[in-house]
Design a protein around this ligand. Structure first.
Ligand SMILES: NC(=O)c1ccc[n+]([C@@H]2O[C@H](COP(=O)([O-])OP(=O)(O)OC[C@H]3O[C@@H](n4cnc5c(N)ncnc54)[C@H](O)[C@@H]3O)[C@@H](O)[C@H]2O)c1
Length: 328
């Protein structure tokens, strides 16, 4: 009989791609999402329970009813700039929400968790970031993710919860079959914005800061294809099923690309120059974030397969073209 995974935030960008990966690997997938930032039509790989992780009663009832083997927890707010403006909403949704989930899992005896953490927990680092690099976040969003990590580890020590904490770097690209993709409103992510610059003649792609100590002065990030994240999450579920101990793992590629490199790659695929402007640096943006991914390779036997920059951009380009054709 197939195992069941309860996916919080499965109507969102990363969660829907992971739901597809779980389903393709034979898991029965149940999504729990309040649709505050996700879309019903992206829940394609199993039923949707519309609910909030802050709603303990509904969450506990859903877990009691479904009796999942594991939870994959994606539900959160994830915009750095917004987290500076409204830290209270971030602490409430991300930290209190995760606590409600852990308590509901404890009450209903669900023993395994895969958690979406972030490179935003690390802060400023010039070097390749390993899992042992000190976690010193420089924005409230990263602080909330670090608080969740600590809470999950403490519940593990006290109550026996086993977890895989996955710290992803920049999730990017879209499902190569076009079945799900990225849909944020407003869109804060750099690749969709560069693509918009290439598609809309009147939209200028703004680059925040070109005076960083990086090769071309713009921020360097490690872009990991969202289908590679899906594959890693599925391996993390299997690892826990086989009795693996709690662990924290980076998910990236080990290579960084600057914002200007990325804009050039989008121009190449679009066949037209992107109108660019340069603005001031943004609060909370470290100059460089690049992952060491050795540990994920060793523990899960996982390696990125789809994260070549041109592939990332061409899958995103195809998704945004199709979205444009879908909209009236
Ligand atoms: N996108 C990235 O580059 C990236 C990088 C590192 C970590 N992450 C983490 O991955 C996870 C998913 O990110 P994403 O980019 O897919 O975001 P997203 O906004 O596309 O998806 C989040 C989903 O969670 C749901 N949600 C939010 N609050 C909820 C609540 N209280 N109850 C129920 N559902 C709720 C939203 O409706 C949405 O469907 C987040 O935890 C984020 O912190 C994302």
């Amino acid at each position: 009989m197939s195992k069941t995974v309860f996916v919080t935030g499965g109507a969102g960008y990363v969660g829907s791609h992971c739901a597809k990966a779980f389903s393709q690997a034979g898991w029965h997938v149940v999504t729990y999402d309040n649709l505050s930032r996700g879309d019903r039509d992206l829940v394609k790989w199993g039923p949707l329970i519309e609910g909030d992780i802050l709603d303990s009663l509904k969450l506990t009832a859903a877990l009691n009813d479904i009796r999942p083997d594991a939870v994959a927890h994606f539900a959160a707010f994830a915009y750095v700039a917004e987290s500076f403006r409204e830290p209270e909403r971030y602490y409430q949704n991300n930290v209190v929400g995760t606590m409600r989930l852990l308590d509901a899992m404890r009450e209903t005896r669900v023993p395994q968790l895969v958690f979406s953490s972030s490179c935003a927990t690390y802060g400023v680092n010039a070097e390749l970031i390993t899992e042992d690099t000190p976690q010193l976040p420089i924005n409230p969003y990263g602080e909330t993710k670090l608080a969740c990590e600590k809470m999950i580890q403490a519940y593990g020590r006290a109550h026996g919860l086993r977890s895989v904490i996955l710290r992803y770097f920049n999730a990017a690209g879209c499902d190569p079959q076009g079945e799900t993709g990225e849909r944020h409103d407003p869109e804060p992510h750099v690749i969709p914005l560069a693509i918009r610059g290439a598609m809309d003649g009147d939209f200028e792609f703004n680059i925040f800061g070109n005076d960083y100590e990086t090769p071309d002065g713009t921020c360097v990030r490690d872009y990991i294809h969202v289908s590679d994240l899906g594959h890693a999450h599925e391996k993390a579920l299997n690892y826990l099923q086989q009795g693996g101990e709690s662990v924290e793992l980076n998910l990236g590629t080990g290579h960084g690309h600057s914002v200007l490199e990325l804009a050039d790659a989008v121009s190449k695929i679009a066949g037209r120059e992107i109108p660019k402007t340069f603005g001031p640096r943004r609060d909370g943006d470290p100059p460089q974030l690049v992952a060491s991914v050795e540990k994920a390779h060793q523990v899960l036997g996982w390696q990125p397969r789809y994260s070549d920059l041109d592939h990332i951009i061409s899958t995103a380009w195809a998704w945004f073209q199709a979205e444009r054709n879908r909209s009236p």
